[in-house]
Structure formats: C-alpha cells, structure tokens
Design a protein around this ligand. Structure first.
Ligand code: NDP
Ligand code: X2X
Length: 329
C-alpha cells in the first residue's frame, strides 16, 4: 500500500479556497491551528455562546456561526461529535452547499451509515488523523506530525484528491505518512479499533490487571505503576520500534513470561469476541444501538462515565500523576 508524504502533496488546489472547520474540540482546535500555521485560509464555524467560540477567538481565529461559515466556505470540514453531525448538517449546513464545494470529515461514520447524504455536485472527502487531537497539535508544533488517512467518497470537480491531500499536508499528516482508503474501511476499522483494542480492550486489560494485584493485597500505587503507568512506556517502544525490538528492549524474564502467558489473558474466546464486535459494526447493529443511546440522552454512557470516574485506579492514578509530575500536557 502506498504511503504518501509531503513530497506528494501540495496546496495548489487550496490556494484560493476557504476552509471552514466546524467544531473546536479535540480535532477541531488541533487541525484548524495546524492548517492556519501551514498558510491555509481557515475560518471557524461554531456554536455562538459555546465554550469553543471564546477559545477559538482567543487562539486568533476568525469565528462565525456554523451557517455563516458554511455560506463563506469552499470546503466544510466537519469536526463535531459524530452523533450530532447529521442533525447539524441537515439544519445548519446542507442549505448552504454549492456545486463545487467539498464536504470533509475526519471519520467516515455519518457518510458510511448514511446519516448525511450530500447533494450532487459536492465533493465528499475525509482527512483523518490516526491520533487524538492533542497529539495532532503537539507533534505538529514539534515539527513532525501523526500518520493519517485520506478518503475520496465523491469527486465531482476532479480536485477532491488534491484537496484532501493538501489538507492532510496542512495538518502535518504527510510529515509522518498518509494512506488512502475508503469511507467504509476507515469507519469499520476505526470503530473496531476504539472498541476492541485502543479504548475498550486496553482499559479493560489494565483495569483487570490493577484489580488482580490490589485484590491480592498489593498497594494500589504499586499496581498502578505496574499495569498503567509503565504500559505507556512499553507501547511507546512498540510505536517507535515494533514488537520485535520492544521484546529486545525488555528483560529476558519479561520476554519469556510475556510470550508464554499472553494467550492465557487474551484467549481464543477474546478473539471470537473481537470478530463479533466487528460483525456488529459491519451489519449496522452498533450504529443502531448508538443512535438509540443518543436519542435517549446517553443514559448508559453517562452512568458508565460515572462508574469509570469512581474507579480506584482513577483516584490512585490522579494522585500519583500529580506527585510524580506526569501531568504534562
Ligand atoms: N477525538 C479524536 O481524537 C478523534 C476524532 N475524530 C473524529 O473527529 C470528529 C470530531 O471529533 P472530536 O474532535 O473528538 O469532537 P469533540 O467532541 O471534541 O467536539 C467538540 C466540539 O463540537 C462542538 N459541538 C458539540 N455539540 C455541538 C452542537 N450540537 N452544535 C454545534 N457544535 C457542537 C463543541 O462546541 P461547544 O464548545 O459549543 O460545545 C466543540 O467545538 C469526529 O468525527 C470524530 O470521530 C477522528 C480522529 C480522532
Ligand atoms: C483517536 C481516535 O482516532 C479514536 C480513538 O478513534 C477517536 O477518538 O475517535
């Protein structure tokens, strides 16, 4: 699969275009500042009176309402929560789209599951950092970037690819590397990854390890350092050097113990569960469940958030992160 870098990307098709970034949260702030500092013409489309409105103004952006920004823009880059994009699009963006505009996203969810169906004549693209927003910004400021994806769902002008790749360059993604894929692939793999591995799987593994040690009588601080804090350092090794070199960097004791016991932790049943989670994403069961959750006002998500915040690992971790000066931005 080809990886695209700065050399393959340029701003030619963005020179005389206005990019309206809708949303100033995790991705919105990072991507809009990066693109602006890369010399692109970026305006913000935000909720008047919301926290983001003031934050974006303080960061020096030109801030408009979503409707005003949509009217002014050639490219509308939608960076608000997935579960409300359809509503905001239908009420505050759709009516201002013109032939030749580009509707752009950082996740394929709303296009893939057809909560948003753009009109003829409008390009539909994606520029998706494979990273939380804070690292998108931090790595850009450090002169590098995070890897990302671009997708072209509809190219009505013949410029969609160059627009998407140019935006990826502006965000800093082509410094690290960009892969072109499809909305379906990005949506299904991203949902799977965040559910079964990155957020869901990993936090459950850490929680189980922490609780095992605490229930066996070890100090919670010991359990936190062993199962949560050090995990980042190990994952950094895998991120930078891959599995093989991570194993080289840890002790022979850790390598032997890890390789001989890991399949008792992530078992064949775990792999079967992962396949089921992927099937639920592919056949629409997950998105239907998430839509009902949001229509009901997020009752399960809110109660799980409360429970998560009350976990011993959370309180012990917060105390240790402060004491050990780990809370750097
Ligand atoms: N978070 C991440 O790391 C990643 C996210 N993505 C994708 O990027 C997109 C944006 O995600 P993310 O940055 O996490 O989103 P956030 O949850 O951080 O978005 C918050 C922003 O959305 C605005 N907002 C919330 N509700 C509304 C509303 N009803 N009307 C108008 N604006 C609203 C908020 O404004 P206010 O201040 O007024 O509340 C704020 O500006 C999503 O498609 C996501 O899947 C892709 C890769 C990684
Ligand atoms: C950071 C990222 O890409 C996630 C976890 O999929 C998300 O926040 O949507």
């Amino acid at each position: 699969m080809q990886v695209l870098y700065d050399a393959e990307a340029n701003y030619d098709k963005l020179k005389n275009k206005t990019i309206a970034v809708i949303g100033y949260g995790s991705q919105g702030r990072a991507q809009s500042l990066n693109m602006k500092e890369s010399g692109l013409n970026v305006i913000m489309g935000l909720r008047e009176g919301g926290a983001s409105w003031e934050a974006a103004k303080e960061d020096g952006h030109e801030v408009y309402t979503i409707e005003e920004a949509a009217k002014m823009a050639d490219i509308i880059h939608v960076l608000i929560p997935d579960e409300i994009q359809g509503d905001v699009y239908n009420k505050q963006i759709k009516q201002y789209l013109e032939e030749g505009n580009t509707l752009s996203f950082s996740h394929g969810y709303n296009i893939h599951f057809k909560y948003i169906v753009p009109p003829k004549g409008v390009n539909v693209t994606m520029v998706a950092p494979k990273s939380p927003g804070k690292m998108v910004r931090k790595t850009y400021e450090e002169g590098f970037g995070v890897p990302g994806l671009i997708c072209i769902e509809k190219d009505e002008t013949g410029e969609a690819y160059d627009v998407a790749l140019g935006m990826a360059k502006g965000i800093g993604l082509t410094r690290a590397g960009v892969i072109q894929t499809t909305f379906r692939e990005e949506t299904e793999t991203d949902l799977f990854g965040e559910q079964a591995v990155l957020c869901g799987g990993v936090t459950e593994l850490i929680k189980a390890g922490f609780e095992t040690l605490v229930e066996a009588g070890y100090a919670p601080e010991m359990a936190y350092f062993e199962t949560c804090h050090e995990l980042k350092l190990i994952v950094d090794l895998i991120y930078q050097k891959g599995f093989k070199n991570m194993w080289n960097d840890v002790s022979n004791t850790a390598e032997y113990g890890g390789l001989t016991r890991r399949e008792r932790v992530v078992t064949k049943e775990s792999k079967e569960a992962m396949k089921e989670i992927l099937k639920e994403i592919q056949d629409g069961r997950f998105t239907k469940e998430f839509a009902l959750e949001n229509q009901a006002g997020k009752p399960h998500l809110n109660s799980m958030r409360r429970l998560e915040g009350e976990l011993l690992i959370e309180t012990v971790g917060a105390d240790l992160r402060k004491k050990c000066g780990l809370e750097k931005e």
